[in-house]
Ligand binder design. Sequence first.
Ligand SMILES: CCCCC/C=C\C/C=C\CC/C=C/CC(=O)SCCNC(=O)CCNC(=O)[C@H](O)C(C)(C)COP(=O)(O)OP(=O)(O)OC[C@H]1O[C@@H](n2cnc3c(N)ncnc32)[C@H](O)[C@@H]1OP(=O)(O)O
Length: 279
Amino acid sequence: MLRSSLLTLTRIGSNRLMSTAAKLTTVEVNDKTGIATLTMCRPPVNGLNLELLKDLSQSIDEIESNKSRGLILTSSNPTIFSAGLDILEMYKPDKERIRAFWTSLQDVWLALYGSSVPTAAAINGHSPAGGCLLATSCEYRVMLPKFTIGLNETQLGIVAPKWFMSSFLSVLPRRIAERALNQGRMFTTEEALQVGLIDEVANTKEEAIEKCSAFIGSFAKVNPLARALTKQQFRAADLQQLENERVQDLEKFLFFVNQPAVQKGLGLYLESLKKKAKN
Ligand SMILES: CCCCC/C=C\C/C=C\CC/C=C/CC(=O)SCCNC(=O)CCNC(=O)[C@H](O)C(C)(C)COP(=O)(O)OP(=O)(O)OC[C@H]1O[C@@H](n2cnc3c(N)ncnc32)[C@H](O)[C@@H]1OP(=O)(O)O
């Protein structure tokens, strides 16, 4: 069940905490429900860099293979679910590292969107771009009030690839998804609930996790294999499309991100974030 020799198993109440010393994710399995909570813990904003993506992949694999009854994705940061892709991976990138970075992002999406176990996101903070991609790859979303979620790529002068759109479209009606993506719109919790981008609102992270657990519990009397195969049939075309086009998708990304205008835009955006952080 545990695949790394570095892995430690600790017991907290009725939960088993599985994590490695230097990992950027933790996996905690509730002994009563059998549901695994996968927590992202990369300060300051859970920016998805190569290391966090690799740890996410490993944790999802771990949950798939340890017979958990479901997966709840959340964050250790009290105000940020994930700030999306770490822009430092894309700005003035190292040639080899950026290839590994994008390939790892593809791996995470394929594993999470195609996961055989029921998945839910307890969105306990802001969730722009890649953060929204992770949340919409899950089957159910519960979000805390006064945060924002959405695919804001066009606001940064970049383009969400097709598979980002697939996740978005699996949740939102096409007309709303298309307009929001073109605008790079970030939705408040209330707006997200209204359009169906999230399923429920919770006042605390604990409540969000409870609601996610209740969603996963709703499959208790359904045959797990029948449920998993049904989910996978719904998602097969999206998953197959990326599987078939992985190499071309990587090359497209590299070409696009290395354009001088895109580099300039990313540099200005990073500067604006840093300026905002100082004030
Ligand atoms: C037809 C052709 C098709 C071709 C398609 C092919 C390829 C497509 C090419 C590219 C697609 C790439 C897809 C990218 C998706 C992404 O995820 S891009 C990332 C988008 N993320 C954002 O815009 C979020 C930016 N951050 C924020 O809005 C805020 O930080 C926050 C998350 C709301 C948190 O706010 P808060 O006030 O709490 O924190 P600060 O803003 O003060 O930030 C603290 C600290 O963190 C740094 N930081 C924040 N976000 C990022 C980030 N995403 N990457 C890197 N660093 C980040 C910020 O700069 C501060 O740093 P410090 O000053 O050093 O402390």
